[in-house]
Design a protein around this ligand. Structure first.
Ligand code: NAD
Length: 339
């Protein structure tokens, strides 16, 4: 495993109890993606038996190839919508879905299918075997929110026919389906509304979305750093190990059965400030350029994480400067390996 990631995984697992995961059979859908592969790494280190299901639509084998020889890890190259294995899992983390605006807008039907048929398939599997299942929902279900910091009780302000609807309406449907299974079948389930997460392995491809990895790549190659709109829209970025620990603590926490919990970092920053910070940390001579803001781009993202702090006893430990420094170091190393 990459050294930077290994150090983070070791540091991260300190906050988790081995007995909660040891020898547990865990299914991670979307396990070859950004968050999924970090979850697989942490779970394997905690001695769980991990099946990673991924159709590699956006995920990469390179994210998990170091795990392929491990007897506690299995890769299933399948689509979550049609996956038919009838295995009893103790825990299921349902993360399969296109996640970046550019990617899901290019594949709107696929995105709606994975967040409806795929979610239904995983819920049936969980129901049959009485598994505990966690759904990777998103801050995007809040749409262009008007309450800040945004609590779980905020119902959202979304456009059902806008260009982002395939993603957030898919996620909202999944949340409703998970809730229906909990009410009707008493299924143990949790919904995590994840706010922007970043760190090593975050893909940098594409012209819009995934601002952290895109800005770092642009800055390291002295290409223009591309900001959309005036850059005054805000986001709150959470380092990947903080996100994954929050998700795993939520998964095994008994008080949150059937509940929805925001997982994110309270540190809010404008996109322009983020671009300037990355330019400064990379000592880049790139110019910042401004481009038209895509339709329905949310103006603010700032989570209320009081519920996670109170019930899970979890809060992020890595501030933006520290997280960006680690991420930049990883991107620099990756760039050097390619050159
Ligand atoms: N990264 C974030 O900041 C963030 C924020 C909010 C929510 N989320 C959610 O977390 C999950 C993971 O996001 P990510 O950032 O790791 O994205 P990612 O694109 O890196 O990972 C998604 C994975 O799902 C796989 N996948 C997609 N469709 C599939 C299908 N039909 N069958 C099997 N595998 C499929 C992809 O190949 C990929 O490996 C997504 O559900 C996303 O909506 C992520």
């Amino acid at each position: 495993m990459d050294q930077i990631i290994l150090e983070d995984v070791k540091r991260g697992k300190v906050d988790l109890k081995r007995k909660d995961f040891e020898d547990k059979k865990v299914l991670v859908t979307g396990g070859a993606g950004f968050l999924g592969s970090w979850l697989c790494d942490i779970l394997v280190t905690l001695d769980a038996e991990v099946d990673c299901l991924d159709n590699l639509s956006t995920g990469k084998l390179a994210n998990i190839d170091h795990l392929l020889e491990n007897s506690k890890f299995k890769f299933l190259n399948e689509d979550v919508c049609t996956f038919k294995h009838d295995k009893k899992y103790d825990l299921i983390l349902h993360f399969a879905s296109r996640a970046s605006p550019e990617e899901y807008q290019q594949h709107p039907i696929e995105t709606l299918k994975v967040n409806s048929l795929g979610s239904h398939n995983m819920l049936e599997l969980a129901r049959k075997h009485d598994s505990t299942i966690l759904f990777a929902s998103t801050s995007e279900v809040y749409g262009d929110a008007e309450v800040f910091p945004t609590p779980e009780s905020y119902l959202g302000r979304v456009n059902p026919i806008g260009p982002r609807s395939c993603y957030y309406e898919g996620k909202r449907f999944s949340e409703a389906l998970f809730t229906a299974y909990h009410r009707k079948h008493e299924l143990n389930m949790k919904i995590a509304r994840i706010f922007n997460s970043y760190g090593p392995r975050l893909r940098a491809e594409g012209g819009y979305g995934r601002a952290v990895s895109r800005f770092i790549t642009q800055a390291l190659t002295n290409q223009p750093v591309t900001v959309y709109g005036d850059g005054l829209q805000t986001r709150s970025f959470c380092y990947v190990t903080d996100t994954c620990i929050g998700l795993l603590v939520l998964l095994i926490n008994e008080e949150t059965n059937g509940e929805v919990v925001n997982v994110g970092n309270k540190e809010e920053i404008t996109i322009l400030e983020l671009a300037q910070k990355i330019k400064q940390l990379t000592e880049s001579i790139s110019h910042i350029t401004f481009h038209p803001l895509p339709e329905d781009d949310p103006r603010r993202r700032w989570p209320d994480v009081g519920k996670a702090e109170k019930i899970l006893g979890w809060k992020p430990k890595i501030n933006l400067e520290e997280g960006l420094t680690k991420t930049i170091k990883w991107f620099k190393r990756k760039k050097a390996q390619i050159e």
